[in-house]
Design a protein. Structure first.
Length: 142
């Protein structure tokens, strides 16, 4: 289970999920965006075509399962981060940043020993797993 927490923290603090989310929304907004240049005569069929296409693009983004999954994962880590104090948030940011440092460098920045930082990180990951990845309990009543 620690691997799952590790993956969540790595993807969130390195900015991978935010980048993937922005890229997916960009792809959905600009996919098949062929602009009709037909300026021919004729009767106007639908006056609200601009409004309908805007609503359709918004609905396409909101209904996409990849966008929903990425937003859920980002929200999960952000909500968990709100429960931590500043020291633990800084520890996570230093350990899972895109440019990683050594344990010695991170512990010096946080004014703690290396062992204390490692123990705190393990406690954070265990707590994250316990609070986010809760296994459902079987129904104990017959």
């Amino acid at each position: 289970m620690a691997d799952k927490a590790e993956q969540y923290f790595k993807c969130y603090y390195s900015g991978k999920w935010q980048h993937d989310l922005a890229w997916r929304i960009h792809d959905l907004k600009h996919a098949n965006s062929m602009h009709d240049e037909n300026i021919g005569g004729g009767k106007v069929q639908n006056v609200n075509t601009a409004l309908n296409s805007t609503i359709a693009r918004i609905a396409k983004v909101e209904d996409d399962h990849i966008v929903r999954d990425l937003r859920h994962k980002i929200d999960t880590v952000e909500n968990y981060e709100k429960t931590l104090d500043e020291y633990h948030v800084q520890l996570l940011k230093l350990r899972y940043a895109r440019k990683r440092h050594t344990w010695i460098g991170d512990s010096n920045r946080l004014y703690k020993s290396v062992r204390q930082c490692q123990a705190d990180l393990k406690a954070i990951k265990d707590d994250f797993n316990a609070s986010v990845f809760v296994k459902p309990v079987d129904n104990l009543t017959p």
